[in-house]
Design a protein around this ligand. Structure first.
Ligand SMILES: [Zn+2]
Length: 187
């Protein structure tokens, strides 16, 4: 897997949670350095420019991300929120967030990694208390573990993305059909 960030989940908090990929198998970490974390903040559109980060910023971002993932899972499965995870997310949401400024060249947002994390946490609060909760769905590729908002008619979307997972699964299913007798693969 490469370290390019992808934004396919339909909400920044979900994309953020998905930066630990393949959670049930290889657990592929995207935030390997402060630079890769900052790249996420910029590429997500949250900030235009960001001050250089430290290892502590990565550690904090990962802590909040893991709490967020737990809360997303709670909501997706209709469970009560995990109290510890709530405390972590809410503490992050209380910090000073990103503030856009009006400049001669238009809107410009400069922030620290801490401010960017606070904004992600606030967006997560909105998501997990909002109308899209019933639309949360885990990708149909069991390896993937991304959670996205399914806005398709009848909620029939199966994958986080065709490119990331759909094509891969379809090709694998096709190969399996050719090789073996029809088996109860999908359950
Ligand atoms: Zn997927």
């Amino acid at each position: 897997m490469n370290l390019d960030h992808v934004f396919v989940c339909g909400h920044p908090a979900l994309d953020f949670a998905a930066t630990l990929r393949a959670r049930r198998s290889t657990r592929f970490e995207m935030f390997v350095t402060p630079e890769r974390l900052n790249a996420w903040y910029v590429e997500s559109g949250l900030v235009d420019t960001i001050t250089p980060g430290k290892e502590d910023d990565v550690r904090e971002a990962i802590e909040v991300r893991e709490a967020l993932y737990r809360l997303i899972t709670n909501r997706r499965l209709g469970e009560d929120f995990d109290r510890e995870a709530l405390a972590v997310l809410n503490a992050a949401a209380r910090q000073v967030p990103v503030t856009p400024q009006l400049t001669l060249a238009g809107r410009h947002t400069d922030a620290t990694p801490g401010q960017a994390l606070a904004t992600v946490a606030r967006q997560a609060v909105e998501l997990l208390s909002g109308p899209d909760v019933p639309l949360l769905k885990e990708c149909g590729n069991p390896e993937c573990t991304r959670v996205y908002i399914d806005r398709s008619r009848g909620m029939r979307r199966q994958w986080c993305g065709m490119e990331s997972c759909g094509n891969k699964i379809k090709a694998a299913a096709y190969r399996a059909r050719k090789k073996t007798t029809p088996a109860a693969a999908a359950g």
